[in-house]
Design a protein around this ligand. Structure first.
Ligand SMILES: [Cu+2]
Length: 232
């Protein structure tokens, strides 16, 4: 596989996926897809702003109040059935993620199409799928931390080698006492407990909970699509 700049591209797979997934489905209960998965109303284009709104639980501009929690509001019938209108589901989370990014790029007049690289984003989303759904994670409690052997073969192993060490680097940047080392068929992560990350929490989080810490994927995906990650 190509060498992608995963050092700066880190994980947080599930958190990302969940956020975008929720976002993409936002209009599910509303009256007939008044807005698509993302800023089809032409609003925004700034990932930073969008991310901020997502974190605040707000909707894209132009959306009405029923979307984010629409399933339980507006379009819900007496017995809980949704009011169905135009479909909004993109089909797959990765498909919806790319669709959203393309829409953002299309609504941003500053997009430099000579640099846009959707294929790179797709490869990263395949990595995320492999690591999230197919990697084997064997967790072992240490006296003051947790050790996780993350292994796989073929495409899964490639994804582990790209994503896991890069994520551990990101964890260190946010203050975690974490390290990774190569295994023949994967990567071993060691995370030591701290006041902020007590042992019980690390054990509870386990591999995927630790992988979603941070929240770098959304902005990184847009950067990848824009071709703004240096290849190395
Ligand atoms: Cu990602």
């Amino acid at each position: 596989m190509s060498k992608f700049p995963w050092k700066t591209t880190i994980a947080v797979a599930a958190g990302f996926a969940a956020t975008i997934y929720a976002y993409a489905q936002a209009p599910s209960g509303g009256p007939i897809g008044r807005h698509g998965p993302m800023a089809q109303d032409g609003s925004d284009g700034s990932m930073a702003q969008m991310h901020q709104r997502m974190m605040q639980g707000q909707m894209p501009e132009g959306c009405t109040g029923q979307s984010m929690h629409g399933g339980m509001q507006g379009g819900t019938g007496m017995h809980g059935q949704r009011t169905l209108g135009a479909p909004t589901m993109p089909g797959q989370d990765a498909f919806g993620t790319i669709q959203e990014i393309v829409q953002i790029l299309q609504t941003d007049p500053a997009t430099d199409w000579s640099k846009v690289n959707i294929a790179a984003l797709r490869q990263h989303l395949i990595d995320m799928n492999e690591v999230t759904l197919k990697a084997t994670a064997v967790e072992r409690a240490l006296d003051y931390g947790i050790e996780i052997a993350v292994t796989g073969d073929g495409r899964t192993l490639e994804a582990i080698k790209r994503m896991v060490p890069a994520h551990v680097t990101e964890l260190r940047e946010i203050g975690w006492n974490a390290k990774s080392e190569d295994l023949p068929n994967g990567v071993k992560i060691t995370v030591m407990a701290s006041d902020a990350q007590p042992l019980a929490k690390l054990k509870a989080l386990g591999f995927m909970g630790i992988m979603v810490e941070g929240g770098h994927h959304q902005p990184h995906h847009l950067m990848m699509a824009k071709g703004e990650f240096p290849m190395h």
